[in-house]
Design a protein around this ligand. Sequence first.
Ligand SMILES: [Fe+2]
Ligand SMILES: [Fe+2]
Length: 207
Amino acid sequence: MTDAAPAFGLEFPLERTRARILRVNHSGECGAVAIYQAQRLFGWAWSDDLNAFLADAVAHEKTHRKCFREAMRDRNVSPCATRPLWVAGGFLLGLVSVLGGRRGIYACTAAIEQAVHGHLAEQAAYLTGRDDALAELIADILQEEIEHMREGEKGFDPDCAAAAGFTGMVRSATDALVWLATFGDSSRLRKSLRLQPPSGVARRIGP
Ligand SMILES: [Fe+2]
Ligand SMILES: [Fe+2]
């Protein structure tokens, strides 16, 4: 551990924490690919700009999935056994979002990325000084997730009650899944980081 690494207690041993981070991120990317693929099934109904966004997004998510899988192989971490459930849940969520038309799709994207980007930033902060290569990979992926989030946020009215209800539900479900998949590490990391100054990669990512 270098001077740049924030201090964490004994509840975050590197091997175990890193394996949980990799498994949840890889499963999440599998789910993200499934969401966008479900939405793209209805491409005939969408405008060119939405189809272009979905095509870019699914390509990004496939690259993220591959990068995390390679990082797992390099560190002898096996994929999570619940991955098929993430794919099925993601596909179902993609279909549900289609019911809201283009605004439903953008709201779905914004909600998921709002939840995900906080977790990625916290993971990168934890890994800084412990596994810098993985911290940098997560920080790079985070930049693309933030682009998805911003694109999503532009595509619907957050003051619409239905959109607020839908996005709130999706954000909470995403947080709960991440919490379950990391055996609670996600909330413990968040709590620990609140008590520490930003460091290394976390500074690069910003708030
Ligand atoms: Fe992703
Ligand atoms: Fe994304």
